[in-house]
Write a protein that binds this ligand. Structure first.
Ligand code: ACM
Length: 492
């Protein structure tokens, strides 16, 4: 994206002393230099104008984001490109990110996010200098990616008849009776990839195998172990209906990954691999034969085998495999695989210490669907309490990891699972401002002060989020419009 496309229209102004004000579209003098670290930039604002030195195009883009920050909240309004001039304080900024993987997972499987909402989310990530959007595209409750060869994946797998309400006590399956669904066409996904690319964000697609696959099995029952018809799931949690290990299933998913790889340009593709109960493989002819052929003693080895099949296929397509940390426990890690350490830090330490790259995303710190307080008006309480401060204090390099392996920590990723976030406003509330804290965690090296962050947040950043129309959680907690069942809605 060019600087010009985001900058104001010509306006004549007289700058105040110590400021630079645009007298036209700011066309900073941008040069690419070798002396800066990847994605870094040096910005100089003088009464005469703005100049940028950048390590690469991403660095120039981040310089632009910093200019917007300096220009004030109005520069974050959607209409900023048509708005008034920017007045910038004179000065110098030199900056670069600490980690190359500054990611966010968005779960569009549990609740579908229309394409334009994904664009809006990408704009939010770009403003926070985040550079990976991990899109969780398939799960038990929905299949969101059109695959022309297998039309039932989206004709059937993208739709469910209701969604589990709240977090009912064990045993209840109360659902809202409201159909839910949607999917991205191939062109939609190409647009998402292009929109992200313009903002220096890589979209890492996830097709979850061999668990979390009931939507696919609902569309093609031969992908399952029991042969019975299953619905797209309405409830949440870990599910025993996993994929069969037949040649058909392997061939089917190779084609799915071929299609995904043709659309998404990320060097990394996620195969999921999390939460795979193997009970259906314990007493099953196809699984027994596969185990005998492979010389496996335990059904859980089939889990590693399935992941290995897909990883080998992705390698043949020139892509690296990303998998949730269960893949460490069920067999040898595929060559070049990256481990997403989500159940804690241990898997990250184990994988990195044996020379594998890792992305740190422990649920104890950076699961942004988790609740923010015990307040009774808090939206449906998920997981543990993760306050803004908890997220800010997260350190992606585990203390248990020896320094010689630190370089295997590619970065960290915040997770926005959407079982209980059924629209973009709910996503805003769960995500912000905690994502602003996370953005500092992955960008800034060295000491950070939470107190200073809080000051910056209140003085500068919340007004920017307001200008962007982000319905973030107020620092002092819920407002009436953050409803949960039974809580009165926004006052008239
Ligand atoms: C996960 O949260 N199941 C990766």
């Amino acid at each position: 994206m060019s600087f010009e496309s985001l900058l104001p229209k010509p306006v004549r102004v007289t700058p105040a002393p110590g400021t630079f004000a645009s007298t036209g579209p700011i066309t900073p003098d941008v040069s690419i230099v070798d002396s800066l670290p990847a994605e870094g930039y040096r910005l100089s604002i003088t009464p005469e104008g703005v100049s940028v030195e950048a390590a690469d195009e991403a660095g120039a883009f981040y310089a632009l984001q910093t200019l917007r920050q300096l220009a004030g909240p109005d520069a974050f309004r959607a209409a900023a490109i048509h708005g008034p001039q920017w007045t910038l304080p004179c000065g110098e900024v030199e900056d670069h990110p600490r980690f190359g993987w500054r990611g966010v997972l968005l779960d569009v499987a549990r609740h579908f996010m229309p394409k334009y909402e994904v664009f809006r989310f990408l704009d939010q990530l770009a403003a926070h200098k985040l550079n990976v959007l991990h899109l969780h595209l398939t799960d038990d409750q929905g299949w969101r990616v059109e695959v022309p060869e297998f039309p039932r994946l989206t004709e059937v797998g993208a739709w469910r008849t209701g969604s589990w309400v709240g977090r009912p006590p064990d045993g209840t399956t109360e659902h809202d009776g409201r159909p839910h669904g949607g999917y991205y066409t191939s062109d939609d996904m190409r647009e998402i990839v292009a929109y992200a690319r313009e903002r220096h964000i890589t979209v890492v697609p996830e097709v979850d195998i061999p668990g979390h696959s009931q939507a696919a099995i609902a569309a093609y029952p031969e992908l399952g172990n029991t042969g019975s018809d299953l619905p797209v799931l309405r409830s949440w949690g870990i599910n025993e209906n996993i994929l069969t290990v037949s040649d058909y299933a392997i061939g089917f998913y190779r084609k799915v990954f071929d299609h995904v790889a043709a659309i998404f340009d990320a060097p990394v593709i996620c195969v999921g691999g999390d939460e795979v109960p193997t009970v259906q493989w314990e007493d099953n002819e196809v699984a027994a034969k596969r185990m005998a052929d492979e010389g496996f003693a335990e059904a859980r080895q089939l889990h590693g085998w399935f992941v290995g099949q897909m990883a080998a296929h992705l390698a043949g397509l020139g892509r690296r495999t990303l998998g949730w940390d269960e893949i460490l426990e069920v067999g040898d890690l595929p060559q070049g695989a990256i481990v997403a350490s989500w159940r804690g830090e241990e898997a990250g330490v184990t994988a990195a210490s044996s020379g594998h790259d890792v992305v740190m995303c422990p649920e104890q710190y950076v699961y942004l669907d988790h609740r923010q307080s015990d307040h009774p008006d808090e939206p449906i309480p998920v997981g543990w309490i993760h306050t803004l401060e908890d997220v800010y204090r997260y350190e992606p390099i585990p203390t248990a990891l020896a320094p010689e392996f630190h370089s295997h920590v590619l970065g960290a990723q915040a997770q926005v699972w959407t079982e209980h976030l059924d629209n973009a406003r709910r996503v805003d509330y769960a995500t912000f401002p905690r994502l602003a804290a996370f953005a500092e965690v992955v960008w800034t090296a060295g000491d950070r002060s939470y107190e200073e962050f809080e000051d910056r947040l209140t003085t500068y950043h919340l007004p920017r989020l307001d200008a962007m129309g982000v319905e973030y959680r107020p620092l002092d907690g819920p407002k009436p419009w953050q409803t949960r069942p039974g809580v009165p809605s926004r006052p008239k």
